[in-house]
Design a protein around this ligand. Structure first.
Ligand code: PAF
Length: 288
């Protein structure tokens, strides 16, 4: 496994892989690798001949007062994990290699970036889309792999690929959970043992919403109210949002049908956690 630190070094490696006829997979990460990332690596290995993982804690996607400085950084352990999973190259540029100062041009989702997490993290998805567009241009993968845990990110980046004509196939892999349902995230490291116990309430609320929908309750307001109640009843947990939206447009739905996304965020002290579930309703049989 090679570690590429600069854009020219990365381009050279990519060119060699592509001219040898290899199908190239990219797994973009911010490091602090965990089981969720491992599952992306496994899928990338399965589908591609060569896999590059990027490790870059992207300053553009953190707002003022957010956790950029304390975001977990564990480069040596990350390299060990990537190597174990058969990753061929790590692209780990410095901030000055990746970000022009001052940045003048960005890639910005419109309304989709202002919904859900965008309400409490203004500018976050512009930071994500800008850096991922740069990674796509530098590393030119055939296929890129993202986690369903960041559902809004996955939807926005898929629209970016579509709207800006990147010749890249997007693969979104299932959320990996702890045994008690908590979605695995690098930010779980911030939780005290007591907060860790309480953190499962987000999954419980989403799961409760899902069960109600599957039992035939199809009013989004009712489902949202039920999810809010579960979260509000939990000690030490602050509700950010819990919504029922269309899984492709992220817009609010009037009635639940087809496929919807139940998405939520909570705060435990300074830590903000997100999670989501996709709920698919079987289409009703047409009467003949
Ligand atoms: O999901 C992440 O870790 C980041 O948002 C990403 C896609 C690597 C962009 O910085």
């Amino acid at each position: 496994m090679v570690v590429l630190r600069t854009v020219p070094a990365a381009r050279k490696w990519v060119q060699a892989a592509r001219s040898a006829g290899h199908r190239l997979g990219l797994v973009p990460t911010m490091g602090a690798l965990h089981e969720g990332h491992r599952s992306l690596f496994v899928e990338a290995r399965r589908r591609c001949d060569r896999v590059v993982a990027s490790i870059f804690v992207n300053p553009l996607q953190f707002g003022p007062g957010e956790d950029f400085d304390r975001y977990p950084r564990s480069f040596n352990l990350d390299c060990k994990i990537a190597k174990e999973e058969g990753i061929d190259a790590i692209f780990a540029p410095s901030a000055s290699e990746m970000i022009s100062e001052p940045p003048e041009i960005n890639v910005s989702p419109w309304r989709m970036g202002e919904l859900l997490c965008g309400v409490s993290r203004p500018g976050h998805f512009t930071g994500v889309a800008t850096v991922v567009a740069k990674l796509f241009n530098i590393l030119q993968p055939n296929t890129a792999f993202f986690g369903q845990k960041d559902a809004q990110q996955a939807v926005i980046l898929s629209r970016m690929v579509q709207d800006l004509n990147f010749p890249i196939t997007m693969v979104v892999c299932p959320t990996i959970r702890e045994q008690d349902g908590l979605a695995i995230s690098s930010r779980n490291k911030y939780l005290s043992p007591q907060q860790r116990e309480r953190a499962t309430v987000l999954y419980k609320a989403l799961h409760h919403g899902e069960q109600l929908i599957l039992a035939g309750i199809l009013k989004p307001d009712r489902i949202e109210a039920e999810m809010h109640n579960v979260i509000k009843a939990a000690k030490g947990v602050e509700l950010d949002y819990a919504e029922v939206v269309d899984s492709l447009s992220l817009r609010k739905v009037k009635k639940i049908e087809g496929e919807v996304l139940l998405a939520g965020a909570v705060r435990l002290g300074k830590t903000r956690l997100i999670d989501n579930l996709i709920v698919r309703l079987a289409k009703k049989r047409q009467k003949v």
